[in-house]
Ligand binder design. Structure first.
Ligand SMILES: *[C@@H]1O[C@H](CO)[C@@H](O)[C@H](O)[C@H]1NC(C)=O
Ligand SMILES: *[C@@H]1O[C@H](CO)[C@@H](O)[C@H](O)[C@H]1NC(C)=O
Ligand SMILES: *[C@@H]1O[C@H](CO)[C@@H](O)[C@H](O)[C@H]1NC(C)=O
Ligand SMILES: *[C@@H]1O[C@H](CO)[C@@H](O)[C@H](O)[C@H]1NC(C)=O
Length: 560
């Protein structure tokens, strides 16, 4: 049986294939063309796009906010650009359920009622989404859905709702087990509907950021949310309109997001929260940056802003067809970190036609420029041949061909540049090899090749060649600093080391990447790459402390 590479496993898991299917001979020849048709079967094959009132208006909502927003989106081109969802957040109900137990809207806020609003939106080409809570109350203190799951699902359906955001306030006891019981029950309820609602799960947000002393609970919840719903709010709320800072909140959610790429696939999206497109504390550059990052991630594009008042410049940003195309790409890959050094983040991912996305964020307080080799975007340098690329700047749509070794990119402070790169040699997609950081997601330390070319450690990320890893089609990996030395292990309990790449039949240099974030060794059965003491890297039994065994690595391509 052919050995599946880490990349193939990643790709199969993204497409939602079972283990059995993975090993069947036919699917080993899976091509890019197969991806869109499989993806199309998912309830939500591509990231949702639309509007939610929360970050902009919090509880100051009413019917007019939604009707005027929908009217504006229909006339200003946002609807045509793909933003076709209008979602209501917290504070819409009355404090009391009706005699039959159903939720009721506040008729002062929604004088014509929810069924009327649902029809209003549908007639104009929008889907209608609503909010409730897994616990006894919503975060705003309105009735929660606990114990009323069936009746609330039926009520929402009768109003024309097809999307439910389920928050996680007032869940007791506060354990991952309790959250799992409630969210899995909702999944069962929704699955039985003739047209299941799209299910947005806020459960992980209650366990992110070491809130419980470590990441264990967060990983636990993130591992089950893809089974139950289509998207999950994984971390903090994005800053509200009234918050006195905003860029810090955007980068906080962005940083959490970079820890989760392995979980995303067509049909399930990690959700870093709303696009705060009119936040008074964000510069235009920062608003553009948020949009470009969210597009690179194939993240939900849910705008929380007063859309009727957005200026043309911001509307043009949100309608950028080149960036929306990479957001809505059928592979639904989330760009992963190529390098990070405190000043610059470089990310990349593959697109369904074999192109690569290269995204560069300048985190510094000043404008600066950076040289990024094409090698780091996933195109191994070929000393013998000329490599020609077609490079499209996705802000302008302007393309240029290049035979240079890389791109020199000028980026304003807190700005993002995004490029789409096609290889004009070697058959395009066939030459791509995923390349980037391999890092522990609890410590955010990078797998680093030692200067001797034989040791490895987990160190502060510096963007050096010793921290940029190429993941080959056979499941082996080596840093750009030592292209001939592959990561391997001799024994269970041993330290990881670099040795001459030899594709050994013992397979100790081959690795399989799991959606749980474990990097399993193929040669030493049941062992995983593990953070040891003092920055050491060891190979020990999988299933130990997840804080030591959950890694992120470069996102899959179609090679291998
Ligand atoms: C609806 O809410 C918006 C935003 O809070 C507010 O500006 C507006 O005055 C409200 N309209 C009505 C009719 O209450
Ligand atoms: C309905 O909304 C109005 C306007 O915000 C508010 O004054 C009133 O208290 C709400 N009614 C209930 C029962 O929550
Ligand atoms: C470069 O890419 C752009 C955008 O995808 C495309 O329109 C153009 O034809 C390409 N040029 C070449 C030389 O392939
Ligand atoms: C880790 O480093 C500390 C301080 O240098 C040292 O005391 C300890 O023995 C080291 N632990 C291991 C397992 O190497």
């Amino acid at each position: 049986m052919k050995i599946l590479s880490a990349l193939q496993l990643q790709l199969y898991s993204r497409l939602g294939l079972s283990n059995e299917m993975k090993t069947s001979q036919g699917l080993l020849a899976l091509t890019a063309a197969a991806a869109p048709s499989l993806a199309a079967e998912a309830l939500l094959a591509k990231p949702p796009m639309g509007f939610n009132n929360w970050a902009r208006f919090t509880c100051n909502l009413n019917q007019t906010v939604f009707t005027e927003t929908a009217d504006a989106m229909a006339s200003n081109g946002l609807l045509a650009a793909g933003y076709d969802r209008i979602n209501i957040d917290d504070c819409w109900p009355l404090h009391k359920r009706a005699a039959d137990g159903s939720l009721q809207w506040n008729a002062t806020l929604f004088p014509d009622g929810m069924p009327w609003l649902g029809s209003y939106l549908k007639e104009r080409g929008f889907h209608f989404g609503i909010y409730s809570d897994a616990g006894t109350f919503t975060c705003g203190g309105y009735p929660g859905s606990l114990g009323f799951e069936e009746i609330d699902a039926a009520t929402f359906e009768s109003w024309g709702v097809d999307y439910l955001k389920l928050d996680g306030c007032y869940v007791s006891p506060f354990t991952t087990k309790r959250y799992k019981e409630i969210y899995s029950h909702w999944h069962d309820v929704l699955s039985k509907m003739s047209k299941p609602l799209i299910f947005s799960e806020s459960a992980p947000a209650y366990f992110s950021g070491n809130k419980q002393g470590n990441n264990k609970d967060w990983y636990d919840v993130m591992n089950w949310v893809p089974e139950y719903g289509e998207l999950a709010r994984h971390s903090d709320d994005i800053p509200n309109f009234g918050d006195s800072t905003a860029w810090g909140g955007v980068t906080t959610n962005y940083d959490f997001h970079t820890l989760l790429a392995r979980l995303q696939k067509p049909g399930f999206f990690n959700d870093p929260d709303f696009l705060i497109a009119d936040h008074p504390k964000l510069t235009l550059t920062e608003r553009k940056a948020q949009f470009a990052l969210w597009c690179s991630f194939s993240a939900p594009l849910i705008i929380s802003a007063w859309i009727p008042a957005l200026d043309k410049e911001m509307l043009d940003v949100l309608k950028n067809e080149h960036l929306i195309a990479i957001n809505q790409d059928p592979l639904a890959l989330q760009a992963t970190l190529v390098s990070q050094d405190g000043k610059w983040d470089v990310l990349s991912k593959s697109l369904s036609n074999g192109d690569r996305v290269l995204t560069i964020l300048n985190r510094q307080a000043q404008d600066d420029k950076l040289f990024v080799p094409f090698e780091r975007a996933g195109y191994p340098a070929d000393p013998a041949g000329t490599q020609e690329f077609n490079v499209t700047d996705l802000w302008t749509g302007k393309s240029d061909t290049s035979t240079a070794k890389g791109l020199t990119v000028n980026v304003p402070s807190h700005g993002v540049q995004v490029y789409r790169i096609s290889a004009l040699y070697g058959g395009g997609r066939d030459v791509v090899v995923p390349t980037g950081m391999v890092f522990n997601t609890a410590s955010r330390k990078c797998l680093t090749a030692g200067t001797d070319g034989s040791t490895v450690s987990l160190d502060t990320c510096t963007a050096s060649d010793s921290q940029v890893w190429r993941v080959n089609g056979d499941g082996s990996m080596h840093s750009l600093a030592f292209p001939n030395n592959c990561l391997g292990s001799a024994s269970n309990g041993g330290v990881a080391s670099l040795k001459t790449c030899d594709n050994t039949p013992a397979r100790e240099q081959q690795w399989q990447y799991q959606t749980t974030g474990h990097i399993m060794n193929s040669g030493v059965s049941g062992t995983c790459l593990t953070a040891g003491d003092n920055g050491s890297v060891v190979i020990v039994a999988c299933g130990g402390d997840p804080n030591k065994q959950v890694f992120e690595m470069p996102s899959g391509s179609l090679s291998g």
